[in-house]
Write a protein that binds this ligand. Structure first.
Ligand SMILES: Cc1cc2nc3c(=O)[nH]c(=O)nc-3n(C[C@H](O)[C@H](O)[C@H](O)COP(=O)(O)OP(=O)(O)OC[C@H]3O[C@@H](n4cnc5c(N)ncnc54)[C@H](O)[C@@H]3O)c2cc1C
Length: 397
């Protein structure tokens, strides 16, 4: 019997981890199954572009993993029993179960309505492909002069509002932010963002904490803002599935991890990406992003390989370098940051920054299909027979 590795979720981090494991472990010893609810890879960092009407390159998993040794399974994960090491799935043939020896949990996140009244009924989200497509369809039906309000002053909100304003200059675009515009950026970064917002005709509402979303407006602490369409980008919330397991999770449902991305309660379970809670530099939790998720996936895959093959187990110390922000297709902002993600007084701005960001997005998708970065790797054999693997893993831990 082979050692069964099951990876749940084929977003940036799960797909990357599955590919990296397959390129480093011998297919004679391991069987790797990647489970995902959709048949093709979703470039989540481009959901604002999809919503604005751009078409994205299709990336079917069947092509991406052909010949890699990863078995792709199109199914919805419905439950995880971390004590019995089983995963419940639902696919075209009905309900089923997968058993694992090692689990990599990478189900990502969705939008976070933050409990604000009216969001479920009236707001649109761009954290998922169905959400972005729904917004795209709604925007196509808006007449010139109608109001669109983007809520949430973080990276996703900034990218969304600038993309929409650039694509639809005929609309009345508003941006509602809880604090000041770009208040986490350096002074140069803030100044550039403000200039771009002015150039694109975006009306910025600062210190406007949203209290209620209605069909034609949103109510904020500083007054009403018109909104034939409200686009909600105020943070991400993880899938509730992990919190329903015996795994140790945070109050917000992220799986609590050690420095090898392994669950602190269940040593056979790893979590990567938005679903996992791990510490970065200076003891600060990593933020939900590809910028932290891809290194998490790299560490988890390498730790699994090391534990199974008797190698040295890597301990992560994941830090940040920059924040790459698109401001429409023709402008951008690269904000350099400290290792613990605080803005430094250094930026790249304008057209060059837009190109840089585009290269980063393309590189992230390329990395999913080339998880060892195109470098040749040796497929290692496991140190123990698969039947003795459980105790081998404990011994190597
Ligand atoms: C508009 C937008 C712009 C962004 N820009 C940036 C950026 O510039 N830089 C950056 O670092 N981050 C950015 N992010 C954040 C980034 O996209 C996420 O942090 C990242 O996608 C997380 O990766 P993940 O693998 O954890 O999850 P995801 O990419 O969300 O993947 C999760 C996968 O699990 C699958 N799945 C979920 N539930 C189930 C289930 N029950 N059964 C089966 N499959 C399931 C999904 O279909 C998906 O394939 C952006 C996000 C958005 C929405």
């Amino acid at each position: 019997m082979k050692h069964r590795i099951v990876v749940l979720g084929a977003g940036y981090t799960g797909a990357f981890a599955a590919g990296r494991l397959a390129r480093r472990l011998s297919p004679e010893d391991v069987a790797i199954t990647l489970v995902n609810a959709e048949p093709d890879f979703v470039e989540r960092v481009r959901m604002h572009q999809l919503a604005a009407g751009q078409d994205l390159t299709p990336r079917p998993f069947a092509e991406m993993f052909a010949g890699t040794g990863v078995e792709f399974r199109l199914a919805q994960v419905t439950a995880v029993d971390a004590d019995r090491k089983r995963v419940a799935v639902l696919d075209a043939e009905g309900a089923g179960e997968l058993e694992y020896d090692t689990l990599v949990y990478a189900l990502g996140s969705g939008w976070n309505a933050q409990g604000v009244t009216g969001t479920a009924e009236h707001a649109y989200e761009i954290a998922s492909r169905p959400g972005a497509l729904r917004l795209r369809e709604r925007l196509a039906r808006l007449d010139a002069g109608q109001a669109v309000t983007v809520v949430g002053g973080g990276l996703t909100g900034v990218e969304a509002v600038t993309e929409l304003a650039e694509t639809r200059p005929d609309l009345d675009v508003h941006f509602a932010v809880r604090g000041g515009l770009g208040d986490w950026l350096s002074p140069k970064g803030r100044e550039h963002l403000r200039k771009v917002a002015d150039r694109l005709g975006i009306t910025v509402h600062e210190h406007a904490a949203v209290e209620r979303v209605e069909a034609e407006r949103i109510a904020t602490a500083t007054g009403d803002i018109p909104a034939a369409v409200t686009v909600w980008t105020a943070g991400f919330a993880v899938h509730p599935l992990a919190a329903a397991t015996a795994l140790e999770v945070t109050g917000t449902g992220q799986i609590v991890l050690d420095r090898t991305m392994r669950s602190v309660s269940h040593p056979d379970v790893y979590a990567v990406g938005d679903a996992g809670f791990a510490m970065g530099k200076n003891g600060k939790p990593l933020r939900m992003s590809c910028a932290s998720g891809v290194p998490m996936a790299q560490v988890a895959a390498d730790a699994i390989v090391a534990r199974l093959t008797g190698g040295r187990v890597p301990e992560a110390s994941i830090g940040y370098f920059n924040q790459c922000i698109s401001l429409g297709r023709a402008d951008g902002l690269i904000q350099y940051v400290t290792e613990d993600d605080r803005a430094r007084n250094a930026t790249l701005r304008g057209r060059f920054a837009a190109r840089y960001k585009e290269i980063i997005c393309k590189g992230a998708a390329w990395g999913v299909a080339n998880p060892t970065f195109g470098l040749p790797t040796r497929r290692k054999r496991l140190t123990k027979t698969p039947t003795a693997q459980g105790s081998a893993m404990k011994a190597l831990a």
